[in-house]
Design a protein around this ligand. Structure first.
Ligand code: ADP
Ligand code: ZN
Length: 580
């Protein structure tokens, strides 16, 4: 993207130079504007007004009048007799071999333009070359400069264990070679963004005491064909010079995605880059001590060519941290932060199901910033709560004067609906916070519902989660009527639809629909099957009716919760529990 911008800049500069050059041509022509007719010129001669004439073979001739510095031009009849006539009239005649100056100016201007374009072209080329090298050099980190080792990664025990051998191999590749053992050349770390894949790759380099080279697959996008491939070769060349090294390729899917079966057309740049990478990987020997680590959010989207033996054949999952891992990550990131006695690490860990390491780090950082901004000596529970809101929903909107009372009531009933249904059908979940404070990200409020950490979800739990999503809209309809339902439920409906799709399509949980995965069955990425859509709409409608019935049966609780929200704006876990 940057590259493209720069090229645009040069084209702009080029155009400007072109304009300046054209401008100079225009100016040069303007100088000769004092043109007079040939008869006027003859009259001037007759009146003995002409002092000097410049003759040439050009189409025009120049002349000067007595007592004036102005240079005039007129048509050149190109007659031999003209010179004699002039001389006979005592006029000073100067002969110029090629005096068509405007022509010369044209030529000069045009050559200048050409020269400028060549200079600019060379500049761009040079920039591109050095850019390619620079960004690779830029992202090289020597082992002593790597900040984080294994001790700075909390949790992820399985992943750490799996790479322990790799580190040993990089330290003593000869040992493995002697035994005839071959180390995998390529590792893929896969898992959601922010779970610590980059962190792990860097730690591997640090622990092994080798340099770390990194590049991102997305850097190769938007490039000219061939540039990506040559950058890959350059990267490996530089890494080889180090002897041993870790080469990290982030977002490998940007160049290594499976080609969709429908389209025959490939993307040249992507293919060339990918091929260059595979060629380089098969090029180095087993005992060289270079390891390529790639990261992706989804392993299943990668091209099979990448995953074949001898290429990226070791796959290591870096997943969401569980309760214990979260506790460790929190402790790690609290190391340099003063903490108030009222904060319990285990409590934060409990409330942060589905948080990644990066989100936890962000949470504690936001809390620290909040503590500083409020002039507190340490991070207290209030700071954590505020940061929690920020990480989940964006910053709280400070100015809430513009929100009408009606909007506030609707939000209160909507959020109370979510909280009520959660408490009724999923008591094992904790509802840690319900608020009607809108966020700058556009949420009207939210109800924080934390499911239990667990391996699988059963069908009832999945259906319950849909009902919880639908409960906001259901409460709106029950209290304000069918015609006053709002757009506030759009996110909820999106989430519910996603779960519904999974139930029908991936989990094979609906008997009337069958035990098939339509995507696999039809080989298409999208499902246009009518039966699928009809079934989904009907299923969702039934769940919505059940949710409404549940709320109506407990309407007194809904009203109590909502009215309390209108009064206090936010309710915490204990306050919510007190209604049940
Ligand atoms: P990914 O590459 O998976 O997107 P990163 O490695 O860039 O994630 O992680 C971003 C940040 O999140 C790290 O710099 C670190 O501060 C924090 N983090 C993520 N996972 C962990 C972990 N397991 N232990 C400690 N910190 C972590
Ligand atoms: Zn909602």
């Amino acid at each position: 993207m940057k590259q493209k911008k720069n090229i645009k800049k040069y084209i702009l500069v080029g155009l400007l130079c072109g304009l300046v050059a054209c401008g100079s041509v225009l100016v040069a022509r303007h100088k000769a504007v004092n043109k007079v007719s040939y008869t006027q010129f003859l009259r001037d001669i007759q009146n003995e007004q002409v002092e000097k004439v410049e003759l040439s073979n050009a189409s025009t001739l120049k002349f000067k009048l007595k007592n004036s510095d102005t240079v005039y031009t007129t048509d050149n009849p190109r007659k031999e007799t003209l010179k004699e006539a002039l001389l006979l009239n005592n006029i000073n005649v100067v002969e110029k071999a090629q005096s068509d100056t405007s022509m010369i100016q044209y030529i000069i201007s045009i050559s200048l333009m050409i020269a400028m374009f060549i200079a600019i072209f060379n500049m761009v080329k040079k920039q591109n070359n050095s850019r390619g090298k620079m960004s690779i050099g830029d992202k090289k980190v020597a082992p002593h400069a790597l900040k984080h080792g294994f001790d700075d990664i909390a949790g992820n025990e399985e992943a750490k264990e799996q790479v322990a051998e790799l580190i040993d191999f990089m330290k003593e590749p000869e040992k493995y070679a002697k035994m005839g053992a071959r180390m995998p050349k390529g590792f893929i770390l896969y898992g959601p963004p922010g779970t610590g894949k980059t962190l792990l790759a860097k730690a591997i380099a640090k622990e092994a005491g080798v340099s770390f080279f990194s590049v991102s697959g997305s850097d190769f996008m938007q490039m000219y064909v061939g540039v990506g491939a040559s950058r890959v070769r350059e990267l490996f060349k530089t890494a080889r010079k180090e002897g041993k090294a870790v080469i990290f390729i982030d977002e490998i899917d940007a160049i290594g995605k499976k080609r969709s079966s429908g389209s025959m057309q490939g993307n040249d740049e992507k293919d060339q880059t990918l091929n260059a990478l595979l060629t380089e990987m098969s090029g180095f020997k087993d005992d060289e001590g270079i390891v390529v680590i790639a990261a992706t959010n989804r392993l299943d989207t990668l091209d099979d060519a990448l995953l074949r033996p001898g290429r990226f054949d070791r796959h290591i999952e870096v997943g969401y941290p569980d309760f214990k891992a979260r506790e460790q990550i929190i402790k790690l990131h609290l190391k340099n932060k003063p903490l108030s006695d009222d904060v319990e690490v285990a409590n934060i860990a409990k409330q942060t199901v589905y948080f990644t390491g990066a989100m936890l780090e962000n949470l504690l950082n936001e809390a620290a910033i909040y503590a500083v901004s409020t002039g507190k000596p340490c991070i207290d529970q209030k700071a954590i709560d505020t940061a929690f809101y920020t990480v989940v929903a964006g910053k709280e909107k400070k100015d809430r004067s513009g929100i009408s009372e009606m909007d506030q009531r609707i939000t209160a009933y909507h959020e109370a609906g979510h909280a009520l249904v959660t408490k009724l059908i999923a008591p094992e979940n904790s509802v840690t916070k319900v608020t009607i404070i809108p966020s700058t990200k556009g949420f009207g409020g939210f109800s924080m519902n934390i499911p239990k950490d667990k391996m699988y979800m059963n069908k009832t739990e999945l259906l319950n989660s849909i009902k919880i999503s639908l409960a906001g809209r259901a409460a709106e309809e029950i209290i304000f009527g069918k015609n006053l339902i709002t757009t506030g439920a759009s996110n909820d409906i999106e989430k519910a639809s996603e779960s519904m799709r999974n139930i029908l399509l991936r989990y094979g949980m609906d008997t009337s629909y069958g035990l098939v995965n339509l995507n696999v069955l039809t080989g298409k990425q999208t499902v246009e099957d009518e039966a699928f859509i009809t079934r989904s709409v009907k299923y969702m409608g039934d769940l919505y009716e059940e949710t409404k019935a549940l709320i109506i049966a407990h309407q007194d609780k809904l009203e109590a919760l909502a009215e309390s929200l209108i009064e206090k704006e936010t309710l915490n876990e204990q306050e919510i529990a007190s209604f049940f």
